[in-house]
Design a binder for this molecule. Structure first.
Ligand code: FAD
Length: 389
């Protein structure tokens, strides 16, 4: 997309380019790529961003954020994805951080926000439960008040990176007799507290990022509750909207288009470069057009957010379209790998230079239309809240 920038914005773009050139080194890129399930290297990357003052583009300056304009955020993301630099871990910076800023008290802000910025604490998200995924308000994990603590019992599922987490932001039921959404509270739980047990779930790509987490009489100080008791649903929803906007992943899809284009110049079909094959070229062009439209929609959403509106239910649109595009690109790359895409690591025929990359992202990529709220449910939200149906 061709966007013209003011003098200040062009100067900012040069600053971003210079920073990325010096901070996103090939050595760091290789480590991020190699260690997908324990991204210690991403923590290191976040610390480099923090030192530059750029860890939290959307946070207010008062809390150590950049307060970038939508154009600055757009410029950063375009430049970041152009060099393939990683995004930061979302659980602290994009998810619980904004909730603590908006609904937490001063003590919670002082205690947690600086550590999130510096990536000193690893956070995980305790929302989903068996029987409470799409229908999140059905959650049953209980927290009962006992003096200055809550006693938490129950379990969470699909908890990404719980095995590395220092803290979990968690939805618990504190009242059963009210309307389901009215009896939920938002707790910050120390993952080292006695009574917490983590059990791994291995996903279709063979990796361990997912977990079940069990709570057996876990004591959580009342001071770790964000906002009011029984009002957690409101806070949980605002977090989900931030999460869905982030999942759209425009910058990374643009990078993937470039990667596929490079490969398609090199790979051949019937003796000519794949990129010259009209069917292949049309498939790639279709995806690029959709991606360009998504980019405009995201920019509109960013401008609205800058005016203090949102992100609202429109974040569901971004999530649906963004993940459809990601999956279409993953499918295209898998098709390019052909039969090599079906070969597992360690098999005699493995080692085809981009088939491992294609298969890894294709397998894990099935999840993007499920996590952050499934795409079917996002369509329901869009129908109701955006289209008024
Ligand atoms: C890789 C991955 C990482 C995740 N990480 C986390 C995490 O860190 N923390 C966390 O709390 N959760 C996490 N989740 C859970 C995720 O949020 C849920 O899987 C998701 O909300 C769907 O819930 P469910 O799995 O219970 O499916 P269900 O709600 O049982 O849905 C099953 C199917 O029915 C469809 N469906 C359900 N209700 C409706 C409806 N009303 N209308 C139309 N269709 C419907 C769904 O679209 C889906 O296809 C993760 C999930 C994945 C796959």
């Amino acid at each position: 997309m061709d966007v013209s920038f003011s003098t200040e914005e062009s100067a900012f773009r040069e600053e971003v380019r210079a920073f990325l050139k010096q901070a996103w080194t090939p050595e760091l890129a290789a480590r991020v790529d190699a260690d997908a399930t324990h991204p210690q290297a991403i923590v290191e990357w976040q610390r480099r961003l923090f030192e530059r003052g750029w860890a939290a583009p959307g946070w207010p300056k008062q809390h150590g954020g950049c307060e970038w304009t939508p154009t600055q955020r757009y410029i950063y993301d375009v430049e970041r994805s152009a060099v393939g630099a990683a995004t930061t871990l979302p659980f602290g910076l994009t998810m619980v951080g904004p909730v603590i800023i908006k609904y937490g008290n001063a003590e919670q802000q002082q205690r947690f926000l600086p550590r999130i910025l510096r990536a000193q604490d690893w956070w995980c998200q305790g929302y989903s439960e068996p029987g409470a995924g799409s229908d999140l308000a059905a959650l049953k994990t209980r927290a009962e008040l006992a003096g200055s603590d809550y006693i938490v019992n129950g379990s969470k599922i699909w908890t990404t990176y719980a095995q590395h987490a220092d803290w979990m932001f968690c939805l618990v039921r504190t009242e059963s007799s009210a309307r389901r959404q009215d009896g939920i509270s938002f707790l910050l739980i120390d993952m080292k507290a006695p009574g917490i047990r983590i059990s791994p779930i291995i996903s279709i790509d063979g990796e361990h990022s997912l977990n079940e987490v069990f709570f057996d009489n876990v004591r959580v100080p009342v001071t770790n509750r964000v906002g009011e008791q029984d009002k957690g649903w409101t806070y949980a929803k605002s977090l989900l909207q931030h999460e869905r906007t982030a999942i759209a992943g425009v910058g990374d899809s643009k990078r993937k288009v470039q990667r596929i284009r490079e490969l398609a110049r090199r790979e051949t079909s019937a003796g000519q470069p794949l990129l010259d094959d009209p069917v292949f070229a049309a498939r790639l062009a279709d995806i690029e057009i959709e991606l360009m439209a998504l980019e405009f929609t995201e920019l509109r959403a960013l401008w609205q957010a800058a005016k203090g509106q949102g992100p609202g239910a429109e974040s569901s649109l971004l999530k649906i379209k963004g993940t459809q595009i990601q999956q279409a690109l993953q499918q295209l790359m898998m098709d390019m790998a052909g039969s090599f895409g079906a070969v597992l690591p360690g098999d005699a025929a493995s080692g085809h230079d981009f088939a491992d990359e294609a298969r890894r992202s294709f397998m894990y990529g099935r999840a993007s239309s499920i996590y952050g709220g499934s795409n079917e449910v996002q369509k329901n939200i869009t129908a109701k809240a955006v289209l008024g149906l």
